[in-house]
Design a protein around this ligand. Structure first.
Ligand SMILES: [Zn+2]
Length: 426
């Protein structure tokens, strides 16, 4: 089955500031043609002359089912005070909560153009169900808290449940996600690194999110967070780190040597007053920097479009140099750099022949995008979520003309509200 997307404005994300007008052909799950004019046969025709075609966004750090706690207990004194409000709610969550919270999150992701997300949360076999139902792509991080015994228990139970639910679905990768150095022991990180090497997969952890975390780490170990994880060989496995606000140059050298990516979460870092991650400096040091929304209770949305805009704004004001990070570099963070961070860049992140067809069609004929002028500025600074018209993931159409095709949005809203009211009564 071949689908021809005709006369699109195509941004392949293969070369800086490069775009062209042409055709894309999807054959089954892959990109069959991308170029100026396709002359072969096809089964389905889409007039894409009103659209910009872009690789689907990669949200490289979130806690999907936290859509349940959206707009709940905001404006706490600091991260620890906020967590002390959130953890008791999380203790009450059941499988049905996780399923509907995840489905709500997936709906929001697709509607704002995201086709891949990396998740760290609980009972994720239910998130996997939502992923399979919706057709989005996900890296599901088995989440670890506590000591090595608890880690071994979670590998035996939770990992098996996630694998069973995923059932070898090609859209799902399983990663390992120790929560943070202040909630997991040294032995947990050692065990997780061993697990990742054995299973050829990635470690995903929060690191250097706040100044307090760094100070506590230095007080307890004599080392900064990256130095500490390096000292226990945690980076012997491939890894990506959420937040990374406070890395110094020695830590960046270690990350570069170990090929570890940093996931920038500007909304969460602003909202929780964690600090400003100097992404321009990290990039200059040769670090792969990607973008994530964090959970919907510390953001409070999952839109990569809003995240790109904020990332660009902060990069500018924090350096007092508007040119320090360009719109194209922000788009890279939201697409190909995310794919690299998650170990998926051979499959997704750019529009190239033989890559899997994760494609977003963006309507450029709306007032917010008129006149278009610089297309990269338009995408980073003026793009509204409502411009996302159609979304393909692995060749399957998940949204068309702004309407979700695999999720009943009204039904999800009803179910999430019911679950949340029930959680508050428990
Ligand atoms: Zn997080």
């Amino acid at each position: 089955m071949k689908t021809l997307l005709k006369n699109a404005t195509i941004i392949p994300m293969t070369k800086e500031d490069y775009f062209f007008h042409g055709d894309l052909v999807i054959e089954d799950e892959k990109i069959y043609y991308v170029g100026p004019s396709y002359q072969g046969e096809y089964d389905k025709f889409v007039d894409a002359s009103s659209y910009i075609a872009l690789p689907g966004f990669v949200n490289a750090h979130t806690h999907l089912a936290m859509t349940l706690m959206r707009n709940y207990k905001d404006s706490q004194e600091n991260l620890q005070a906020w967590l002390s409000e959130i953890f008791p709610i999380e203790d009450k969550l059941n499988e049905e909560d996780i399923y509907y919270g995840s489905l709500n999150g997936v709906a929001e992701l697709i509607k704002s153009g995201t086709t891949t997300f990396s998740d760290m949360y609980f009972q994720q076999w239910k998130t996997v169900e939502a992923v399979i139902q919706s057709g989005i792509r996900a890296c599901i991080g088995i989440t670890f808290f506590g000591d090595a015994d608890e880690t071994n228990r979670r590998i035996e139970t939770n990992y098996s449940k996630i694998l069973k639910a995923a059932n070898n679905n090609p859209l799902i990768s399983v990663h390992a996600a120790p929560h943070a150095i202040y909630t997991c022991t040294k032995e947990t990180y050692e065990r997780v690194a061993q697990f990742c090497l054995e299973n050829k997969t990635y470690m995903n952890t929060h690191l250097s999110e706040t100044k307090k975390e760094v100070d506590d780490c230095i007080n307890q170990t004599g080392l900064r967070p990256v130095e500490y994880l390096e000292s226990i060989n945690a980076f012997s496995a491939p890894a990506y780190l959420a937040h990374g606000v406070y890395f110094d140059d020695n830590e960046l050298e270690i990350l570069k040597k170990r090929n570890v990516s940093v996931i920038h979460n500007p909304s969460s870092n602003c909202k929780l007053a964690s600090g400003i991650c100097p992404i321009g400096h990290y990039r200059e040091m040769g670090i792969n920097v990607a973008l994530g929304t964090d959970g919907a209770s510390s953001n409070n949305n999952l839109s990569m479009i809003k995240e790109m805009r904020l990332a660009a704004m902060i990069a500018t004001v924090s350096t007092m140099r508007p040119a320090s990070t360009t719109p194209y570099q922000i788009l890279e963070m939201a697409t190909i750099n995310g794919a690299r961070a998650l170990g998926l860049s051979d499959k997704i992140g750019s529009l190239e022949v033989n890559k899997e067809a994760d494609i977003v069609l963006i309507n450029k004929n709306i007032c917010e995008m008129t006149p278009l002028n610089n297309i990269f500025s338009a995408l980073v600074f003026s793009l509204p979520d409502r411009a996302i018209d159609s979304v393909y993931c692995r060749g399957r159409e998940l949204m068309r003309n702004g309407k979700l095709l695999t999720i009943d949005e009204d039904d999800v809203i009803k179910n999430v509200n019911r679950q949340w009211e029930d959680i508050l009564r428990r």
